[in-house]
Design a protein around this ligand. Structure first.
Ligand code: FES
Ligand code: ZN
Ligand code: ZN
Length: 309
């Protein structure tokens, strides 16, 4: 198999793009696609400060690498979620990456902010792990970006993630979610702008990019993700992609063209949480502060029981 561009040995075949690429041209393609996506969706300017949400996985580390190589001012933030050995290992990969590139990484232990890590929170609040974790992540990432004076928060969602989210939203005709699914979510007040510069790159391309760029990343999935609906949706899309190369890209591109037709949810009035001052859609404490309160109550109950024993 030869590189379509230079005829040297190719390491990857991208059927959806009709390309076979050698390491050098794979790197060039990934960086070009990211640069074009940033430009097309006016994600940020070279002067702005970017905070990359880093998980230790291939997508976020590849994103950080590309932004740094393109000359953007990008720091990273790693949320230590407190998910068994998975968190410890993913933190190591994130720290090693930052160290090797001389980049700044903020490490924020969720336990310090919330009083409990996700493993404990799941037992206390008895909700779906990914939904609880999502609330905690969204809140803390926004707060770290805001307090650090960053203009924009960048996440490593790739084509496979976006296509799966889109399929999930279409299957349930979630009009509000469809109207909000976009590579850029503008900031507002204390909500920092969010961007997804990898949405037009497949998981395979990103994994190959990491390998040829010498980026070591965590392969394992979060243990709480087992059985998640998103994994089933990705599997279905992979089957389709296998038969009809280009399905995911066409699905996402086509949607972005017609997205305006979906009615955005009625604008909700934003309130400010009396406890932490961050924006919330409900009156009273925000969801994060309510979870924090619950964790604190549980800790009191346990100490009370211990004292009584
Ligand atoms: Fe949040 Fe798995 S990463 S539940
Ligand atoms: Zn080549
Ligand atoms: Zn709050």
């Amino acid at each position: 198999m030869k590189c379509t561009i230079c005829k040297k040995p190719a390491i990857i075949k991208l059927r959806h793009a009709n390309l076979q690429l050698c390491p050098e041209h794979l790197v060039a393609r990934v960086e070009k696609v990211v640069a074009e996506t940033i430009r097309k969706f006016k994600m940020f300017t070279p002067e702005e400060r970017i905070l990359v949400a880093v998980s230790g996985g291939k997508d976020s580390l590849a994103l950080w690498e590309v932004l740094a190589k393109l000359g953007y001012r990008a720091d990273g933030v790693y949320l230590d979620l407190g998910i068994g050995g998975y968190s410890a290992r993913s933190r190591e990969y994130s720290e090693e990456f930052a160290r090797s590139r001389g980049l700044t990484l903020h490490v924020v232990p969720v336990r310090r902010e919330l009083g409990a890590g996700i493993d404990e929170l799941v037992k206390i609040a008895r909700g779906k792990p990914c939904s609880l974790c999502g609330t905690v992540k969204r809140y803390l990432l926004n707060r770290v970006a805001l307090e650090g004076g960053y203009d924009v928060l960048a996440t490593g969602h790739n084509l496979d993630d976006e296509a799966a989210t889109l399929l999930g939203n279409v299957l349930r005709w979630e009009e509000g979610y469809l109207a909000r699914q976009y590579p850029v979510l503008p900031g507002e007040g204390k909500l920092v702008r969010r961007v997804k510069p990898l949405v037009f790159l497949s998981e395979r391309e990103i994994a190959a990019y990491c390998i040829v760029s010498g980026i070591r990343y965590i392969y394992e999935e979060c243990p709480h993700a087992a059985g998640a609906r998103s994994i089933v949706l990705k599997h279905v899309l992979n089957e389709l992609e296998d038969r009809y190369p280009g399905t995911k890209l066409q699905f996402l591109r086509g949607f972005l063209k017609v997205r305006d037709r979906f009615r955005p949810p009625e604008p909700v009035e934003l309130h400010y949480c009396p406890s932490c001052g961050m924006p919330t859609t409900s009156e009273g404490p925000c969801r994060f502060c309510r979870l924090k309160e619950r964790v604190a109550r549980e800790a009191l109950r346990v100490t009370g029981n211990d004292a009584a024993a």
